[in-house]
Design a protein around this ligand. Structure first.
Ligand code: ATP
Length: 237
């Protein structure tokens, strides 16, 4: 039997003006599960994350958090409900220190939870050493760690990570992904958008592939063949 979902998405559509970016997406995230969303540029992965986070509004369909519809909530209300996003491109406040950036994440904190400054510094020890440095003085990998830590400071039940490995060196990507099992162990359910299929298969309990605004494949890494992933990713010609 499958665990009850923390996020359940049904028949979701979204538009940018007249342009339709999502066409009836169905997706579920189980409690304590990590899912990865893969797909080529423009497949709609970022749009899906932004729609869950309330930054893009759904045109139709539903998104439920723990059985409660969140589709019509604003982005701040969705953070308060327990869904935090690590946006593509990190989006730190450059003039603020590491610690100040992390504390901004705690602004939306409501429920009791384990994520304190100390816990984030435990996850990424380099951030403790650099806690007084401005965001601009950090390497790309360190900035990504701050972006993840900032999202965790809201004590989310669901963490949405959009392309956290983008532009980072392999050794840095390894350090960042090493945090995922620890975040998972804290009880947070995780969605990662990942361009690197190998990385996605390594980290996720289940993988969704998207193409042109639709889910084209879903399954656990063990169940998905390379050929099936290739076809779902590029389309069958
Ligand atoms: P990438 O890896 O490049 O971010 P993606 O799978 O995340 O790709 P989206 O960014 O969700 O894809 O884009 C889906 C589609 O929506 C693309 O065709 C894109 O051009 C379009 N799109 C994205 N953002 C906007 C926007 N702000 N205005 C208009 N169209 C947009």
């Amino acid at each position: 039997t499958r665990a009850a979902p923390i996020i359940e998405i049904a028949r979701l559509t979204a538009h940018y003006g007249d342009f339709q970016a999502l066409f009836g997406v169905d997706m579920r995230l189980g409690v304590g599960e990590t899912i990865a969303i893969i797909g080529a540029n423009g497949a709609g992965k970022t749009t899906l994350m932004r729609t869950i986070a309330g930054i893009v509004s759904a045109s139709s369909g539903t998104i439920q958090l723990d059985g409660r519809p969140i589709t019509a909530l604003s982005a701040p209300e969705i953070v308060m409900a327990g869904v935090a996003m690590v946006p593509e491109g990190r989006k730190l406040f450059p003039s603020l220190s590491v610690e100040e950036n992390l504390l901004i994440g705690a602004y939306a904190r409501k429920a009791a939870g384990d994520w304190t400054l100390d816990a984030v510094y435990g996850l990424f020890p380099i951030l403790r050493e650099r806690r007084n440095s401005p965001g601009t003085a950090l390497s790309g990998g360190q900035q990504q760690m701050v972006a993840i830590g900032r999202a965790l400071m809201s004590n989310p039940r669901v963490l949405l990570c959009d392309e956290i490995s983008l532009g980072l060196a392999p050794v840095v990507i390894r350090d960042i992904y090493a945090a995922v099992p620890k975040i998972k162990a804290s009880g947070t359910s995780i969605v990662v958008v990942e361009q690197d299929v190998g990385q996605a298969l390594q980290i996720a309990d289940r993988v969704y592939c998207m193409m042109e605004g639709r889910v084209t494949l879903e399954g656990s890494p063990a169940d998905l063949s390379r050929a099936a992933i290739h076809d779902a990713y590029f389309g069958v010609s």
